[in-house]
Write a protein of this length. Structure first.
Length: 144
């Protein structure tokens, strides 16, 4: 897999920033906030799905395709590239006949899955009905 096209999430303003500078820029503008950089990790629909799948252990592409239910091969490739570029997953190649490639969570990816993703899942379990009801009300109002 060619990772040249993957876009890692960077902390503005110039990619490499000290913690103090990043925190100060967050105080000045939400555009430069670390929270924005973190939420970019969830901006692509399938990335959290792939991370959740890999939380069960290393997996091949075919396993991820089957587990993700509905993701295309092209979109899976894009997702894997983004997650690799952000250091959330690793790609392991095994010299075997036939060659085998597995993907697994890095410690950084594990911390994301076990922390914020688990918290979001808990929140959704507790408030999912309210969220769906609000969306239905908005859709009804928009329809007229």
């Amino acid at each position: 897999m060619d990772d040249d096209h993957a876009t890692p999430v960077t902390l503005p303003p110039h990619g490499r920033t000290t913690r103090r500078a990043a925190d100060a820029s967050c105080e000045r503008s939400l555009v430069d906030c670390r929270l924005r950089a973190a939420t970019e990790l969830f901006a692509h629909t399938w990335d959290p799905v792939v991370l959740a799948g890999l939380s069960e252990g290393p997996m091949r592409r075919a396993g991820l395709l089957a587990l993700s239910g509905g993701i295309s091969d092209k979109v899976l490739t894009e997702s894997l590239r983004r997650l690799l570029a952000n250091g959330l997953i690793e790609r392991r190649t095994f010299r075997a006949a036939p060659p085998r490639v597995d993907y697994g969570l890095t410690p950084l990816g594990t911390s994301l899955v076990e922390g914020p993703m688990r918290a979001m899942g808990d929140w959704t379990r507790d408030h999912g009905e309210e969220l769906l009801e609000a969306q239905e009300r908005a859709a009804t109002r928009a329809a007229g």
